[in-house]
Design a protein around this ligand. Structure first.
Ligand SMILES: Nc1ncnc2c1ncn2[C@@H]1O[C@H](COP(=O)(O)OP(=O)(O)O)[C@@H](O)[C@H]1O
Ligand SMILES: [Mg+2]
Length: 255
């Protein structure tokens, strides 16, 4: 399970995340929605400690870190927390000078000190899972965006993270290519992968999220099932935001 408790993040004087309480059970999928600048990426980056929160607590499985201004969490704790999550970015961020399979093997070799052969085997198995094994020896630049993102998902899964963090995984893709990435994420969700995902795509959220959290101004405004948040929001800000994205809702859910 993953739990953020009263998490707070500032950049200088700017309070970017305040009082964030989110809990995701093992195998749960939570979608983060909210306007641009509401803090979605920062929240994801705080979970894998690309950004350090100033206050609050973070739990991933058995790893727990507490944050207080003026004290840094232990390096061992930070390292363990980072290993517990994998991140998928909007723009894939594959290593351009490594082949597809080498991209997926990279962290196993450098961080986890696997031997080449077992690392390659695991990478090929993951590429199979995302339908990209046939491109194992291709260069990232020769792939479509949807293919690159599927490779990026395999790469994030390589070290068996407890949670997969996805930051707008489909928003750089045409609808058709987004579909193949949604299919892969939906498959992972069915297999019980715990996920926290920022997205503007309400269809993606509706398809796979058990819970939707609406962030605005760095605060959780409202949380609930996709159906409740998209069709029966309690807060006016949520309703306005959902209405602004209603063209991405499944047709049968139109509001
Ligand atoms: N590294 C940074 N330094 C200073 N401000 C930042 C940094 N990263 C994000 N911010 C600010 O934090 C706020 C939230 O940004 P972000 O998390 O990117 O929102 P979202 O992903 O929801 O669009 C914005 O006001 C943004 O300008
Ligand atoms: Mg963002």
């Amino acid at each position: 399970m993953i739990r953020l408790g009263k998490l707070e993040k500032r950049f200088g004087d700017q309070l970017v995340l305040a009082d964030i309480d989110i809990e995701i059970a093992e195998g749960g999928v939570t979608a983060l929605i909210g306007p641009s600048g509401s803090g979605k990426s920062t929240l994801l980056r705080c979970v894998n400690l690309l950004e350090m929160p100033q206050r609050g607590s973070l739990r991933l499985g058995e790893e727990v870190l507490e944050f207080r201004p003026g004290t840094a969490p232990s390096r061992a704790g930070v390292h363990a927390m980072r290993l517990a999550s994998g991140m998928v970015f909007q723009n894939f961020q594959l290593f351009p000078h490594r082949t597809v399979v080498e991209n997926v093997m990279e962290s196993l070799l450098t961080v986890h000190r696997w031997q080449r052969e077992p690392a390659r085997e695991r990478a090929l198995a993951l590429l199979d899972k995302v339908g990209m094994r046939h491109k194992a020896d291709a260069w990232p630049a020769t792939l479509s965006g949807g293919q690159q993102q599927r490779v990026a998902i395999a790469r994030a899964l390589a070290p068996s993270p407890r949670v997969l963090l996805c930051d707008e995984p489909t928003s750089a893709l045409d609808p058709e290519l987004a579909g193949e990435v949604v299919d892969v994420l939906a498959q992972l969700a069915r297999e019980g992968m715990t996920m926290l995902m920022a997205t503007h795509d309400l269809r993606l959220a509706a398809a796979i999220a058990h819970e939707v959290v609406f962030l605005d101004g760095g605060r959780v405004v409202e949380a609930g099932t996709a159906r409740d948040i998209f069709t029966r929001p309690r807060q006016a800000r949520t309703a306005a935001f959902v209405a602004s994205l209603s063209e991405t809702l499944p047709e049968s859910w139109s509001i």
